[in-house]
Write a protein that binds this ligand. Structure first.
Ligand SMILES: N[C@@H](CCC(=O)N[C@@H](CS)C(=O)NCC(=O)O)C(=O)O
Length: 379
């Protein structure tokens, strides 16, 4: 037995980035192992029921899969130097909103800027994907395996709504998000003030591993939203940085009463950009659930997606994959809202109303999503 954790992942992986940043900041002793190795393919992937990263192996030899569950594992083990769950239950609702939107709502931009700029990105991506190729391949042997793996990711981009007719709108929407977040970070180092929360880790996933590493979007971020780039560095550091923004904000979070307008602007962005999608997915899932026989609903019986939902997004009619995992994160938001007392509920409702997000507080699937043995299923 060792006191070290192992993180199985990939430098270019969105959700691995989130876990690694948390582990660094909170000084979790760990080593990182590339996911393409033989041990991962033959032992770890089998143990978690599918080929997926990130996975951590605890010092006891247990595995935990899923970025959110891994962060919760560390929080429960007392690693967190300041909890990523804000003490104020109203701020906690907001943290879950950004956890959901960050982790699942910026995928069009993340996939577009990775896979549709081959001239600028491909050399970098070919190297990055070596992390998930089997050990010991020659350069010639690597190419077809890379083409296969990247081909799957290009298909996934389409399933997130990235098609030639949406390219321009994806870019405009992402540029707006960068500008709003950059403005928000002018006065504070993290989303809610002096320390990162669940919300920061959600946003960090796409904003770091794809959008602050792949050459095309890295240049865009550094040149148009330098504070967002600096935040990705700050999120990734084991040491505390006393830069301008950090000194201004102090160590604590701001209070719910002091929510700045720049945060409300980000919430309005979520209402325009993501609310139509998650609403369409909930409607699709509820119709789908009404047609299913119970035995099919066990964890593992589902793939990642249960079908494709159609909805209007910024003037386009698009179709995207409906993934139960998103409802798992949405439940964390609605559960946090429902746990509030009446007066806190009224304050959250008023804020969500003001920012056009009120309907998200009531979005629910007719059966809850659970995670069992590392897989999603229906309760
Ligand atoms: N909800 C999961 C998502 C993990 C995920 O989608 N990982 C990607 C890499 S960033 C992956 O393993 N994809 C491989 C595949 O789907 O075949 C988590 O947070 O861990």
């Amino acid at each position: 037995m060792t006191d070290q954790y192992t993180l199985y992942g990939m430098a270019a992986s969105l959700y691995t980035g989130k876990v690694r940043a948390y582990m660094r900041r909170n000084h979790v002793p760990f080593r990182e192992v590339k996911a393409g190795g033989e041990h991962f393919n033959t032992v770890v992937a089998k143990a978690v029921g599918r080929w997926i990263v990130p996975v951590i192996e605890t010092p006891n030899g247990d595995y935990v899969q899923d970025g959110t569950d891994i962060l919760d594992h560390f929080e429960s083990q007392g690693f967190s130097q300041s909890s990523i769950y804000p003490d104020d239950p109203k701020l906690r609702v907001l943290a879950h909103l950004f956890e959901l939107f960050g982790g699942e709502g910026i995928l069009r931009a993340a996939m577009h800027y990775r896979w549709n700029f081959d001239e600028t990105n491909l050399k970098f991506l070919r190297m990055a994907f070596e992390d998930v190729l089997p050990d010991g391949l020659t350069t010639e042997e690597r190419e077809p395996v890379f083409l296969h793996a990247s081909g799957r990711m290009r298909k996934a981009a389409v399933a997130f709504g990235v098609t030639p007719d949406t390219f321009e709108t994806i870019e405009a929407s992402y540029v707006e998000l960068l500008s709003l977040f950059n403005a928000h970070l002018e006065e504070r180092p993290y989303l809610f003030g002096g320390a990162p929360t669940l919300g920061d880790y959600g946003l960090f996933s796409p904003l770091y591993a794809h959008l602050a590493r792949d050459p095309k979007p890295l240049h865009l971020m550094q040149t148009t939203a330098p504070r967002v780039f600096r935040w990705t560095e700050r999120m990734n550091m084991p040491e505390r940085v006393h830069d301008e923004a950090a000194l201004k904000a102090g160590q604590g979070l701001y209070t719910f009463e002091a929510i700045p307008d720049t945060l409300k602007a980000l919430m309005r962005f979520i209402a325009e950009d993501y609310l139509p999608e998650i609403t369409a997915h909930i409607e699709f899932a509820n119709e789908w659930l009404a047609e299913q026989d119970a035995p099919q609903l066990k964890p593992g019986a589902l793939g990642r997606g249960i079908g494709m939902a159609t909805f209007d997004w910024r003037g386009h009619t698009i179709r995207t994959a409906v993934m139960p995992y998103r409802f798992y994160l949405l439940q964390r938001l609605t559960d946090a809202f429902e746990a509030l007392d009446a007066s806190d509920k009224a304050e959250i409702e008023a804020l969500f109303e003001e920012t056009n997000l009120a309907p998200i507080l009531r979005l629910k699937t007719s059966r809850r999503v659970i995670r069992e043995n590392h897989l999603e299923g229906w309760a």
